[in-house]
Design a protein around this ligand. Structure first.
Ligand code: ZN
Length: 178
């Protein structure tokens, strides 16, 4: 009997992929992803990757390099570096895609919504006024307006620029008052 095509939301592909291919975060940081590696930036203990099944355009994931499931198992140094990269991600995304806000957080455990529960990661999701509420964004398909490859290059460059010339970053403090 011919197998039937299963029509499923695109997130299903992600969940099945996790089961089939193992930990994509470990693979990303080892640079062993087949043709496309979406590693954006890294430091000694942690790294940032583009979510290729994003909830929104520019959706980043910040993770420790160690394959650790629980936040409380991170060392103090890892927490420090990871948090620094979350902050840096927000700075870069502000420049790259000019969002109105962000959802930042981690889903610890599968029951809490973690697609890849065994390797902790913090989501940094840019948001715009008028886009949908957070829960519908998580639950359903969205059309991603900018190609992943295009945004990958933009983000990599911005991370390099921001970390190589730290003085420029302080411009953000001059926020306009309305
Ligand atoms: Zn891993």
């Amino acid at each position: 009997m011919k197998s039937e095509i299963i029509w499923a939301p695109w997130r299903l592909g992600y969940i099945l992929g996790v089961k089939k291919r193992g930990c994509f975060l470990c693979q990303t940081v080892r640079g062993s992803s087949s043709k496309k590696n979406f590693l954006i930036f890294q430091r000694q203990l942690s790294f940032i990757t583009l979510n290729i099944f994003p909830y929104n355009n520019g959706h980043l994931m910040v993770a420790p390099k160690r394959h650790v499931a629980d936040f409380e198992d991170l060392t103090e140094k890892e927490v420090c570096e990871l948090t620094g990269l979350v902050q840096l991600s927000i700075k870069v995304l502000r420049k790259a895609v000019a969002p109105h806000g962000f959802n930042v957080g981690l889903n610890q455990g599968r029951c809490a919504g973690a697609g890849l529960a065994s390797h902790l990661h913090v989501h940094v999701v840019p948001r715009w006024e008028g886009d949908t509420n957070f829960m519908p964004v998580i639950a359903h398909t969205k059309v991603i307006p900018q190609s992943l490859l295009e945004i990958k290059d933009t983000l990599r460059k911005l991370f390099q620029d921001l970390t190589s010339s730290k003085k420029q970053v302080s411009n953000r403090t001059k926020r306009k008052k309305i």
